[in-house]
Design a binder for this molecule. Structure first.
Ligand code: SF4
Length: 324
C-alpha cells in the first residue's frame, strides 16, 4: 500500500494520515465480511499495490481519535478495543468491539449484563427520529439505528462476546454527527433534525441463530468468491455502490445549457418521462423538450470511497467512461 498526497503537507500530518496500519488477524474480519465480495476480494488481492490519497484518510483519523478518547474512559469490568476471534465454519473470524461494559451487575440467577457501545462519526442524515418524530424520552433513546451494515456489525460483536461467556444484550451506536449545525437545528429548524450534535441509536438485538446464520452465509460467500478470477466476481449492486436509481428527465437546450423543465427532472422509467414530455410539448410547441437519460452516480466508486476501484473491471468498463 502506497500513500501519496496531492498537496504539500507537513511531515507529521502526512504521517498521521498515513499511519493507519492494517492489522490482519484470522481468516476474515467482521468488517470484511460486511463488504460486497468484489470489494473485499480485490482489496485483499491488490492491497500491496493500492495507492491511497492521504487526504481521503481524514475521516479514518477522526475515527481513531474518537476511539482513543473512549478507550481512555475507565470503567470497572469494561473490555475496550480488544481484538478476539471466533470460529465460523472452520475459519477464524476476528472482531474488535469499541467498548463493552457491564451496565448491570449480577443479581440472583441473572448474570452480569453488558452493553456494547460502537462509536461512529456519520453525517447527520444517518440520524432520524423514530416513526412518531421523537428522539428520546426521559429514560431512553427511541430513534433506532437503521443502518443495516452497522446493525450486522454490532450484532456480530455481541455474538462473539456471548460466545466468550459475556451476557451482551444491549447495543448502541454513539453517533457524533460531523455536519450537525446549531443554526439548522435552532434557527432554521430543519425538519426531523437531530436535537444534539451527538445522538445515541439503540441497535435492534439479534438472537444467536440470526447472528450465526449471517456469519456463516458471509463466510461461505467470501470463500467461494476467493476462488473466482477478478472478472468473475459478483458485481456490486446499486446498493453496494451507494447509487441511486437511474433517472430520465424532460429537458430543453439553450446554447450549451441543458436544463430539466419544471416537474420533469426525475422519472424512474423512460415511459413516464416520454408521457410527460409528449403532454408538455403538446401544450408548449414553441419550446420543445426531449427526454434525456441520466445515469445515477455510483458514489462509492466515483468519489473515492472504494480503494479497490483502480482494479475493478465493473468500474472501469461500466461506470467510469474514461478510466485512469
Ligand atoms: S469500484 Fe464500485 S463496482 Fe468496483 S468494487 Fe468498488 S464499489 Fe464495487
Amino acid at each position: 500500500m502506497e500513500y501519496y498526497s496531492p498537496a504539500p503537507l507537513p511531515t507529521p500530518i502526512f504521517k498521521l494520515l498515513s499511519g493507519d496500519e492494517y492489522d490482519k488477524q484470522g481468516d476474515w474480519s467482521v468488517t470484511e465480511l460486511g463488504l460486497p465480495p468484489q470489494i473485499a476480494i480485490l482489496q485483499r488481492r491488490y492491497r500491496k499495490s493500492l495507492k491511497i490519497n492521504v487526504m481521503d484518510m481524514a475521516f479514518a483519523v477522526r475515527g481513531n481519535i474518537m476511539h482513543s478518547a473512549l478507550a481512555n474512559v475507565k470503567m470497572a469490568g469494561a473490555i475496550v478495543e480488544e481484538r478476539f476471534m471466533i470460529n465460523i465454519l472452520g475459519k477464524q473470524i476476528s472482531m474488535k468491539a469499541d467498548y463493552v461494559w457491564p451496565y448491570q451487575e449480577a443479581e440472583g440467577d441473572s448474570p452480569r449484563r453488558f452493553q456494547i457501545i460502537d462509536m461512529k462519526d456519520p453525517s447527520r442524515y444517518k440520524a432520524q427520529p423514530d416513526p412518531q418524530g421523537h428522539w428520546y424520552t426521559q429514560n431512553e433513546w427511541t430513534a433506532q439505528c437503521s443502518d443495516e451494515g452497522w446493525i450486522k456489525q454490532v450484532n456480530c460483536y455481541a455474538y462473539g462476546m456471548r460466545q466468550r461467556g459475556f451476557m451482551v444484550d444491549d447495543l448502541v451506536i454513539a453517533a457524533f454527527l460531523r455536519d450537525w449545525s446549531w443554526r439548522e437545528c435552532h434557527i432554521t429548524k430543519v425538519r426531523d433534525y437531530p436535537p444534539h450534535e451527538m445522538v445515541i441509536q439503540p441497535v435492534p438485538l439479534w438472537g444467536d441463530d440470526q447472528c450465526l446464520n449471517y456469519l456463516e452465509s458471509r463466510v461461505r460467500l467470501m470463500e467461494e468468491s476467493l476462488l473466482l478470477k477478478d472478472e468473475e466476481l459478483p458485481e456490486c449492486s446499486n446498493e453496494d455502490r451507494w447509487a441511486k436509481p437511474d433517472l430520465w428527465a424532460a429537458v430543453t437546450t439553450t446554447g450549451a445549457t441543458t436544463r430539466a423543465v419544471t416537474g420533469g427532472s426525475k422519472f424512474e422509467d423512460p415511459m413516464s418521462a416520454n408521457t410527460f414530455n409528449d403532454t408538455r410539448n403538446a401544450k408548449k410547441p414553441k419550446k420543445l423538450s426531449t427526454v434525456e437519460f441520466r445515469a445515477a452516480e455510483s458514489i462509492r466508486c466515483e468519489r473515492g470511497y472504494c480503494s479497490a476501484a483502480a482494479f475493478c473491471g465493473q468500474y472501469k468498463n461500466k461506470i467510469k467512461k474514461n478510466p485512469f
